[in-house]
Design a binder for this molecule. Structure first.
Ligand code: ZN
Length: 89
């Protein structure tokens, strides 16, 4: 469990509740994605300072997820679908 305590970020409550129904505790990006069964993207993260990385170093995968689709106001559903299809095992 302790290995999950090195990535600091905040997800939107709905997303977090899906990944971790107990709400309490911390999960790393890998565990959250495993539980959700999909990769995270910018729209899953809360709009808060913690996610801007000023307080903690952010891992490469965390940065990647936070930036994912961020340039678009609304992600193009087809682009999302392709990305999910490509990244699934
Ligand atoms: Zn983990």
């Amino acid at each position: 469990m302790d290995t999950c305590h090195y990535e600091y970020y905040m997800l939107k409550h709905v997303v977090w509740a899906q990944a971790n129904p107990a709400i309490d505790g911390m999960l790393c990006i890998g565990c959250v994605e495993q539980r959700l069964g999909r990769k995270l993207n910018a729209s899953d993260f809360m709009d808060c300072e913690l996610n801007e990385g000023r307080w903690h170093a952010q891992s490469a995968r965390l940065l990647h997820r936070i930036k994912r689709y961020k340039r678009r106001e609304k992600p193009n559903p087809i682009a999302v679908w392709f990305d999910e299809a490509r990244s699934s095992p």
